[in-house]
Design a protein around this ligand. Structure first.
Ligand code: AMP
Ligand code: MG
Length: 327
């Protein structure tokens, strides 16, 4: 049995996971930085990661019932993400791999969200809607890559919900709070809907929703914000599904926890004869297990990479990565 230790540190979460080559998740532990006020400050977030990486790694190894000496491969999130945060994960991974004398693998964070979904939901070739604090991407496998069919032109869906909540005086993370408020209303406040071809834009919608707050009950605005933004990602997902004719739809990323979004994407999927799958909550947000599993797939296909090639890639796109382990 080969085991891989994966380290995730692209944004707010420092996480470690341990998997084996059969796809069993042996351990996963996380510590998420929550700012007292405002959004994520990259440097403050990275200091949080430095402070907690040892306990997080020890907890993941403890769950897996193994010691560091039992690890055969070390994988880390090489990008995309916040530079200072990525640097913490890369440094820890380099130190551990060098100390243990084992191969190191750099993983694309977005690819990892897709791969953990394929593993956890037992799907083979899905159209994927990946919606999180940092990303909003509709993608599917074609010609050796996870091609991007549509994406946000400005901010991510989760970031938009968090920023709205912050303006409304609610604490981070705002997504779940907006969902709870939205459930209390069915009154639609008119908000701008912006889909451009296969891409979408969310910052104008955010501004309009914040501006609507003084004149309307917050539940009505939260409901309208969800209905508008979720319809936008559903439209792009539906068009990509009709074009690619995939038989499975995978919803992943932190916003995948939202019940209303799940309901909408399920309707779109079933309307096109595709099955709908939401990644289980524990694996939908950023986690070390997805990095460990994707690292394992990469390692089995092409081995480790030289330490000189382990520099972070803060703007690494999903569609730049050759997916060598799929044909
Ligand atoms: P991630 O970046 O993948 O770790 O996901 C974090 C994002 O998911 C944050 O923007 C959260 O506000 C968002 N999120 C978590 N739960 C929900 C929910 N129930 N509804 C909407 N957004 C959510
Ligand atoms: Mg993510």
């Amino acid at each position: 049995m080969t085991t891989c230790l994966g380290l995730e540190s692209t944004a707010h979460t420092l996480s470690a996971g341990v998997v084996d080559d059969a796809g069993s998740i042996l351990g996963v532990a996380s510590d998420t930085y929550v700012p007292d006020e405002g959004g994520l400050h990259p440097l403050k977030t990275s200091i949080h990661h430095v402070d907690c990486f040892q306990s997080v790694v020890e907890r993941a190894l403890g769950q897996a019932g193994t010691a560091l000496a039992g690890i055969d491969v070390v994988a880390f999130s090489q990008g995309p993400g916040l530079g200072p945060c990525l640097r913490v994960g890369a440094s820890v991974a380099r130190a551990l791999a060098t100390f243990l004398g084992v191969p190191i693998v750099g993983v694309n964070h977005c690819v990892a969200h897709v791969e953990i979904g394929r593993l956890a939901c037992k799907v083979d070739d899905p159209l994927t809607l990946y919606v999180s604090g940092g990303n909003t991407i509709v993608s599917a496998f074609d010609c050796g890559r996870y091609q991007v069919f549509g994406e946000t032109l400005d901010i991510a869906l989760g970031n938009m919900l968090d920023a709205f909540a912050r303006e409304a005086g609610l604490r981070h993370p705002g997504g779940p709070k907006v969902e709870a408020l939205a459930r209390q209303s069915v009154t639609y406040v008119d908000l701008p809907y912006t889909v451009k071809g296969m891409d979408l834009a969310l910052s104008g919608l955010l501004t309009s929703a914040v501006n609507a707050l003084p004149g309307h009950p917050i539940a009505d605005v939260a409901f309208s914000l969800q209905e508008t933004s979720f319809s936008m990602v559903a439209e792009v997902t539906e068009r990509a599904l009709a074009h690619t004719e995939k038989r499975e739809v995978l919803l992943t990323g932190g916003v995948a926890a939202n019940g209303r979004l799940q309901e909408m994407i399920r309707l779109v999927s079933e309307g096109h004869g595709a099955t709908f799958h939401a990644v289980p909550r524990a694996l939908a947000g950023d986690n070390g297990a997805m990095i460990a599993w994707t690292g394992m797939l990469q390692f089995k296909q092409s081995g480790g990479i030289p330490v000189e090639d382990t520099g972070i890639i803060p703007r690494w796109r999903l569609d730049q990565v050759p997916i060598t382990w799929r044909s």
